[in-house]
Write a protein that binds this ligand. Structure first.
Ligand SMILES: [Zn+2]
Length: 83
């Protein structure tokens, strides 16, 4: 019952419906740089790029990111809800 490797996290739809003020926190695992963005903006971005949408899991967003960290240049993100 391991939920680690394949854990996509809670679908974004859940936050939009039940926690509308919650954003997405992008955390660089290389240098701990943190950025928060509105959930709706992240969902719109996923849809625009054909990568997902409301059904995408909060943790799965990190695997879709191709932009390097502005501070350390690595592409090593973790995503969490930003309460
Ligand atoms: Zn970094």
């Amino acid at each position: 019952m391991s939920a680690e490797a394949g854990d996509i996290g809670v679908p974004l739809r859940h936050y939009i419906e039940h926690h509308p003020k919650v954003g997405v926190r992008f955390i660089c695992q290389g240098c701990a740089q943190t950025t928060d963005r509105p959930m709706a903006e992240v969902v719109a971005g996923l849809k625009a790029r054909g990568l997902g949408g409301e059904a995408t899991g909060i943790r799965a967003i990190a695997r879709l990111l191709t932009r390097p960290c502005a501070r350390c240049g690595r592409i090593y993100w973790e995503t969490r809800p930003a309460f």
